[in-house]
Design a protein around this ligand. Structure first.
Ligand code: HEC
Length: 137
């Protein structure tokens, strides 16, 4: 491989790495904002389960920074996505219909055939799940 080509490849790899880091940072910021808006009331601003509504819940609000630890060291990304989009009902989230209504219900939105909204909602859910993964301790 010639020097110029080698340089070109190194450059491409570095640019790709930069772009990927930028994208995941943007996703993390979006996830943090969404978390503050939709989840912190119960789970707390840092996800530790100490939000202002936690004391009114009849079941304990879990510490979301310990999901990986509770799961034997693996972050269950798909389960988390299904919890947020309402596919897996959680008592604390109001059963099969989460307390945040159909805001994240991709299945319902997909049925309406509103592809733009569906893609946007999937992005918001992924940002939330990525944010949760990032705050694991
Ligand atoms: C009204 C209070 C409330 C709000 C708001 C809330 N949660 Fe929860 N969440 C709970 C409770 C309570 C549990 C425990 C449910 C149970 O044990 O059945 C829980 C459980 C969870 C779990 C499962 C944790 C585990 O380790 O099993 C995840 C993940 C989660 N919530 C994410 C979220 C996200 C993301 C949001 C915002 C979109 C959110 N929650 C908003 C009360 C809430």
């Amino acid at each position: 491989m010639g020097k110029v080509r080698q340089g070109f490849f190194a450059c491409t790899i570095m640019l790709t790495m930069l772009a990927t880091t930028g994208a995941s940072m943007a996703q993390s910021v979006a996830g943090a904002e969404e978390f503050t808006r939709s989840c912190a009331s119960c789970h707390g601003l840092t996800g530790r389960g100490d939000g202002p509504l936690a004391e009114y819940m009849t079941i304990p609000v879990p510490d979301l920074t310990q999901i990986r630890a509770r799961n034997g060291g693996d972050f269950p990304m798909l389960n988390i996505i299904h919890l947020i989009d309402g596919r897996s009902g959680l008592r604390g989230h109001g059963g099969p219909m989460p307390i945040w209504g159909d805001r994240f219900e991709t299945a319902v939105i997909a049925q309406r055939g509103d592809v733009g909204t569906e893609i946007a909602v999937r992005g918001r859910i992924l940002a939330l799940a990525t944010y949760l993964e990032a705050i694991q301790q």
